[in-house]
Design a protein around this ligand. Structure first.
Ligand SMILES: Cc1cc2nc3c(=O)[nH]c(=O)nc-3n(C[C@H](O)[C@H](O)[C@H](O)COP(=O)(O)OP(=O)(O)OC[C@H]3O[C@@H](n4cnc5c(N)ncnc54)[C@H](O)[C@@H]3O)c2cc1C
Length: 352
């Protein structure tokens, strides 16, 4: 961060310290000494002004930041634990709709359930037309949530926003990937730069970095209506990134901070969608008004893996009708705080 950004983030930094998040503030000299290939100061020239480059005056080093393999933890831990409880899993099965039914007996009225009838999700219907019934449905379909919710009038305040990742693989990255100053893996940390949340993630084992972030102002939210296209044409299933987004955007900025990236081609790219909460960029966990047997859990807003353990516990407490959830470490969290009616969470500041 430059000095101005650092001052502006002081409240968040203090909140982290108050919550015992292990961080260290690095000043410019520390940073220059630890990452000699990083440019921290820019002269007043045309490029600096055009791109709005900011100096690096401070860094916040988080000792408990890290990475985990989300697929692996889902498969090898959560799925196994779920099965031990008697759960069953079903893959490659697209749910096409949530079927509303009256809570009381069906009367055979056309368009049932009609306005005055109390409603529940009676079943879900698969792409193949099979119906699955349950006493409760928990919808956790991330950025695809609107496909099933909007047709039954539920607004989760979440919209899909495309985010791309780009890989550069070259021996020129050695000074970043073999760097003894930060951690036992001996790489630079996952590093967020001062502009537009552009970030670099080191991947030591194959001499590469992944690059992401960048401004999304002016980028479209994607609305998809599954009934209007074939299964494989769903825009939300599109994992293609556009390399021009890197070449004309992130690259121009990042290669000023890290000149070792100059003229290095991309070696891979990938895209996915954030389920972006449009109110406060935090997850939502709620029972929709007037529709029984449904809990909605979505809006990871780009940090849903980090928050998954807490969100899962909060969803579980909502299912059981408990007022508070017990989070990891024994901390209590009032379930309604992530709901829509009595929502009470701060805006998420760190969205990259
Ligand atoms: C590029 C990128 C980088 C990210 N980086 C980070 C990060 O560093 N840290 C972090 O914490 N988070 C990160 N995230 C966000 C994180 O991936 C999400 O917040 C998280 O995966 C949300 O989990 P979820 O279970 O709510 O939804 P998802 O992981 O999106 O899972 C939803 C599942 O529902 C399935 N589904 C959808 N529709 C249907 C249907 N109709 N029928 C049946 N199944 C359906 C989908 O196939 C999918 O498997 C990133 C996201 C992207 C796109």
């Amino acid at each position: 961060m430059d000095r101005v950004q650092f001052e502006g983030n002081k409240r968040s930094v203090e909140a982290m310290l108050d919550n015992n998040v292990r961080i260290e503030i690095l000043d410019k000299d520390d940073i220059k000494q630890k990452i000699p290939d990083l440019v921290t100061d820019f002269d007043d020239n045309e490029n600096t002004e055009l791109l709005g480059l900011k100096n690096i005056d401070y860094g916040i080093l988080g000792y408990d930041c890290g990475e985990l393999d989300a697929d692996k933890i889902t498969r090898d831990f959560y799925e196994n634990e779920f099965k031990k409880l008697g759960g069953e899993t079903l893959f490659s099965t697209r749910i096409k709709k949530l079927v509303l039914e009256p809570v009381e007996e069906e009367l055979g009225i056309p368009g049932e359930p009609v306005g005055w009838q109390e409603k529940k999700v009676g079943s879900i219907e698969t792409q193949e037309g099979k119906k699955i019934t349950s006493k409760m449905f928990i919808l956790a379909t991330g950025p695809w949530a609107n496909e099933l919710l909007l047709p039954i009038g539920i607004d989760s305040h979440s919209l899909p926003l495309k985010k791309s990742l780009f890989r550069v693989q070259t021996p020129r990255l050695a000074s970043l990937l073999d760097n003894k100053h930060f951690n036992e893996e001996e790489t630079i940390p996952f590093t967020i730069f001062p502009l537009h949340g552009i970030y670099v993630k080191p991947v030591k084992y194959n001499n590469s970095i992944w690059i992401g972030g960048g401004s999304t102002v002016g980028h479209p939210y994607v609305i998809s209506h599954p009934d209007t296209f074939e299964k494989e044409e769903n825009p939300l299933d599109d994992t293609q990134a556009d390399s021009r987004d890197y070449e004309y955007d992130q690259y121009l900025i990042l290669s000023e901070y890290l000149p070792i990236l100059k003229d290095q081609p991309l070696t891979n790219q990938w895209a996915g969608f954030y389920a972006m909460n449009t109110i406060d960029k935090n997850p939502v966990v709620f029972k929709p008004n007037g529709i029984k047997r449904l809990i909605v859990v979505t809006s990871g807003s780009g940090s849903g893996i980090m928050k998954a353990d807490a969100v899962g516990r909060i969803a579980d407490a909502l299912y059981r009708g408990e007022e508070n959830a017990e989070l990891f470490g024994g901390k209590e969290f009032k379930v309604s705080r992530l709901g829509l009616k009595s929502r009470d969470v701060d805006k998420e500041d760190f969205v990259i």
